[in-house]
Design a protein around this ligand. Structure first.
Ligand SMILES: NC(=O)c1ccc[n+]([C@@H]2O[C@H](COP(=O)([O-])OP(=O)(O)OC[C@H]3O[C@@H](n4cnc5c(N)ncnc54)[C@H](OP(=O)(O)O)[C@@H]3O)[C@@H](O)[C@H]2O)c1
Length: 257
């Protein structure tokens, strides 16, 4: 299969390594084009695209690739939510499918589900106040991360007393109706997310730390496999659908003799 990766940075490189390790595929890796869009000729014959660029580039990348005939996309880039309805509409018009997620780690997807459960258990107890903390390398441009935004969206959706997220720059004491988020940008870490519930006498914390980008790349490749396994409904699919299918495959368990 002819594959291109749009984005020649850290994640794009890691996806290239994952593809090469698995099947020897050598994808075309393209960096920022000189004009807004990748020329159609540069994407001729490409059957699947990984987008690992930067948020403002996603819409042009997808629409340019659709013009070149590409019909399958794995969109790993974050910070393009304002363009998501337009990208989804373009994909549907073209009969093309994408899997898009702010985080392609299967473990992070399961972490989302753990947090949903924790909000269901601790949310009704007034003493437990939820919060989110995330830490990424100094060069990360979006803050909070796409993953932290997804965690916050899920907490607010399920929590009985929280109706929104506190502005990062707000002064003053906490607002009991808003979830607090703290963002740290320093060093080289590829991503740490923590969700806590604090009460007067005790604290529960759920934390997931990435040591490298391999889990993101592995999940993005799994999403590509899912897209190519059979025709999918046009438009954007969440990574949850891929993870549900992965979990449905029975995993052999070695039992003690
Ligand atoms: N979903 C996930 O699991 C996951 C995991 C990690 C990161 N991410 C996200 O993935 C994105 C990339 O992360 P990263 O750490 O690899 O960032 P990065 O190291 O900054 O790399 C991004 C690269 O994309 C290039 N670029 C910009 N516009 C482009 C375009 N139209 N076509 C092709 N390349 C383009 C940039 O070029 P310039 O240097 O010229 O700007 C840069 O070299 C970010 O949005 C990040 O938040 C997602």
């Amino acid at each position: 299969m002819n594959i291109a990766i749009l984005g020649d940075g850290r994640l794009g490189g890691e996806i290239g390594v994952a593809l090469g390790n698995r099947s020897g595929i050598r994808p075309l890796i393209l960096g920022r084009p000189a004009t807004g869009r990748h020329p159609v000729a540069a994407l001729a014959g490409i059957e699947l695209i990984f987008d690992a660029s930067l948020g403002p580039s996603v819409r042009d990348n997808v629409e340019g690739a659709l013009s070149a005939g590409v019909r399958r996309f794995v969109i790993a880039t974050t910070a393009w939510s304002d363009d998501q309805p337009a990208v989804d509409a373009s994909l549907r018009r073209a009969g093309a499918s994408a899997v898009a997620a702010p985080n392609f780690s299967v473990a992070v997807n399961l972490f989302f589900r753990l947090v949903d459960t924790a909000v269901g258990l601790y949310g009704p107890i007034a003493a437990f106040d939820p919060y989110v903390l995330e830490w990424h390398h100094a060069a990360k441009s979006d803050r909070p991360s796409g993953t932290a935004r997804e965690l916050l969206r899920r907490i607010v959706a399920a929590h009985p007393r929280k109706r929104g997220v506190r502005d990062l720059d707000a002064d003053g004491p906490a607002d009991p109706e808003l979830v607090e988020i703290a963002v740290l940008r320093a060093g080289a870490g590829p991503g740490m997310h923590l969700v806590g519930f604090d009460a007067p006498g005790e604290t529960l914390e759920l934390r997931l730390t990435a040591r490298d980008r391999s889990a993101y790349a592995a999940g993005a490749v799994a999403a590509a496999d899912w897209l190519t396994a059979r025709p999918r409904v046009p438009g954007i699919h969440p990574f949850d659908e891929v993870v549900d299918d992965l979990l449905a495959v029975p995993v052999p368990v070695a039992l003690p003799a």
